[in-house]
Design a protein around this ligand. Structure first.
Ligand code: HEM
Length: 566
């Protein structure tokens, strides 16, 4: 027999393309059938945890979650299945949520190091909001938080309160002027309140974080405001979905921050699918460039204005001063770099602007639909405003009904309705063995409106309930809008006093009503960050949603007849 006619022994033939394709395909099919169909149904340790039927094998409950109003599916599931619920993510990935204070305490506070924010969430947050408190964990986070805490001390907030008033007065004047220009001024005017709340809170946060006057209330073309606006527009559904898919590529988040990427962004933008990526790179570059310039001028300023009582109280100035003090004491100290400092301030800008604007818009909406609560608030704030249209921190804090209104609004319609954590080790939570790698949803809106705590009217807006709290109320876990623990919102006190200062001026000057009869408002599922880990691949999924009003919240605003002009 010639060598060419030897029978095939089989070893070489395994590497033929069609056999390789069969093996790979077979393995993929096995993985698919096992991971997506069999595992969650028959093998998962979570298979007996109550929850809705497993749903679509490919998408799980993803579509239900993103198509409905934020956190409403979770609320319905909690009503049907109780305080521990299993849901399905994409491709058979299981998710859990817990409502009991003990479980939340374990995940968010006691064992917080074992339940960090998922990595992809941190990557995207880092890109958009800077690598700072939102992205670090463990010792790095502890150190950073320690460095940032003085900027959010009550003492500093008291000093900052005055910075709110220029933008607030600007807003009041604009609204008065526009109402006056109407054909029938007495009938008032419809304002897109979310848009105006966005402007006033951007002006305030830029002033308090950077000591920088954007004045986007009067100047919508301000460079920082325009760049920020562009960045926010990218957070809407289709744009975000594209961005998440692009940013999920390995190295994409770092690459998009690079000078090379900025210079060549127009090339990338030529691809239709990449246009939002080009805008992202562009707006981030511009925001960072402005921030660096501000830092540079502040660092130069320090040499001439070192005295704490006369110097600026904005967060960046505080950080620059703290760094200088550290370096003066020990020139070899490991001080924060310029890039790190810019990142911290950007974090505050990103985390503090839209959230506060959303909280204010929902409060005005709820008051517009509850004329009696609005009247009572006006009765409380008007004498304060007439005595001093710039009330200080303590005066604002002492207003009881205002406190009830703000607490109740943030409870019923929390600006951040949910967030996520990842179990980094297998551990029991509330009697459930949670496997390592499970994504845990923290459904803030469900926790805030849990009937077991708040009673049958838990989902309704009744500010008076804060005057007589229910017996099951837990001060840490029953109103979870800022969560708690080491990752709890560092800007909580600032956000509340800012909201209150804006409300005092608005309610003392104007009456708010729905824009048209039968108006219904929907919190959009405006996904701020989105992704889920599935083995080594990322899939779009819900991470942190800011529940902003879908339609910019039109409200009819009329002037309040005033006895004493202010
Ligand atoms: C009504 C307004 C606000 C609401 C409802 C809110 C809510 C939240 C929530 C729920 C978290 C936790 C997110 C998570 O762990 O996944 C958080 C974290 C954070 N917030 Fe706020 N926030 C508001 C305003 C602000 C303001 C004004 C600032 C700063 C100026 C701010 C800065 C931050 C920062 C830096 C974090 C990360 C904290 C950490 O991980 O150490 N927030 N916020």
């Amino acid at each position: 027999m010639s060598p060419t006619s030897l029978p095939d022994t089989g070893t070489g033939s395994l590497f033929q393309p069609h056999i390789i394709a069969c093996i790979v395909g077979g393995y993929a099919a096995y993985l698919f059938v096992y991971r997506v169909i069999l595992y969650p149904r028959f093998f998962s340790p979570l298979r007996n945890v109550p929850g809705p039927p497993l749903g679509n094998p490919l998408l799980g409950h993803y579509l239900t979650i993103v198509q409905e109003e934020s956190c409403i599916p979770h609320r319905n599931w909690a009503k049907a299945y109780g305080p521990v619920v299993r849901m399905m993510g994409i491709l058979g990935k299981e998710r859990l949520f817990f409502l009991s204070p003990d479980a939340l305490q374990q995940i968010i506070a006691k064992d917080w190091l074992e339940y960090p924010r998922p990595q992809f969430m941190r990557d995207v947050l880092g890109l958009v909001a800077g690598y700072g408190l939102l992205t670090t964990t463990g010792d790095d986070h502890k150190q950073l938080r320690k460095a940032m805490n003085p900027a959010f001390s009550v003492q500093n907030l008291m000093a900052q309160t005055d910075m709110y008033y220029e933008p607030i007065e600007g807003l009041v004047e604009i609204m008065k002027t526009e109402i006056k220009a109407e054909a029938i001024p007495e009938a008032g005017k419809v304002f897109a309140m979310y848009e105006w709340m966005g402007k006033v809170t951007l002006d305030i946060i830029c002033e308090t974080a950077f000591g920088y006057k954007t004045d986007c209330l009067h100047n919508p073309h301000n460079e920082l405001a325009v760049a920020f606006e562009q960045l926010l527009q990218l957070q809407s559904g289709p744009n975000l979905a594209k961005l998440v898919a692009i940013l999920a590529l390995p190295g994409a988040t770092n690459f998009s921050r690079s000078e090379f990427m900025y210079r060549h962004r127009w090339v990338v933008g030529k691809l239709p699918v990449m246009s939002s990526f080009e805008k992202l790179v562009d707006s981030l570059y511009r925001i960072r460039a402005i921030s660096r310039e501000m830092l540079r001028s502040k660092t130069a300023d320090l040499s001439v204005a070192p005295d704490d009582t006369t110097t600026k109280k904005d967060i960046m100035s505080l950080l620059v001063r703290a760094r200088k003090a550290d370096l003066d004491a020990d020139p070899t100290a490991d001080a924060m770099s310029d890039t790190a400092m810019v990142d911290q301030v950007l974090t505050f800008l990103a985390a503090g602007h839209e959230t506060t604007a959303t909280g204010l818009s929902w409060t005005l909406w709820l008051l517009a639909n509850d004329p009696e609560s609005q009247r009572r608030l006006r009765e409380e704030v008007t004498p304060i405003y007439e005595t001093n249209p710039r009330p200080d921190y303590r005066t604002i804090k002492s207003l009881t009904w205002l406190d009830c209104v703000v607490n109740e609004s943030l409870r019923v319609l929390p600006p951040v309705p949910l967030t996520l954590r990842l179990a980094s080790k297998t551990e029991y939570v509330d009697g459930v063995l949670v496997p390592e790698g499970t994504v845990i949803t923290i459904p803030i809106r469900v926790i805030n409106t849990w009937k077991e705590v708040w009673g049958e009217d838990a989902e309704e807006f009744h500010p008076a309930r804060w005057l007589n709290l229910p017996p099951a109320y837990n001060p840490t876990f029953s109103q979870f809008s800022f969560i708690t623990g080491p990752h709890g919102c560092i800007g909580k006190t600032m956000a509340i006093s800012e909201m209150k200062a804006v409300l005092v001026a608005l309610i003392a000057n104007f009456e708010f009503a729905p824009a048209y009869p039968g108006q219904v408002a929907h919190p959009a599922t405006a996904i701020t960050m989105s992704a889920d880990f599935c083995s080594s691949t990322c899939f779009p999924n819900l991470l942190v949603a800011v529940a902003e009003p879908e339609d910019n919240m039109p409200l009819r605003v009329t002037r309040v007849a005033r006895k004493t002009p202010v």
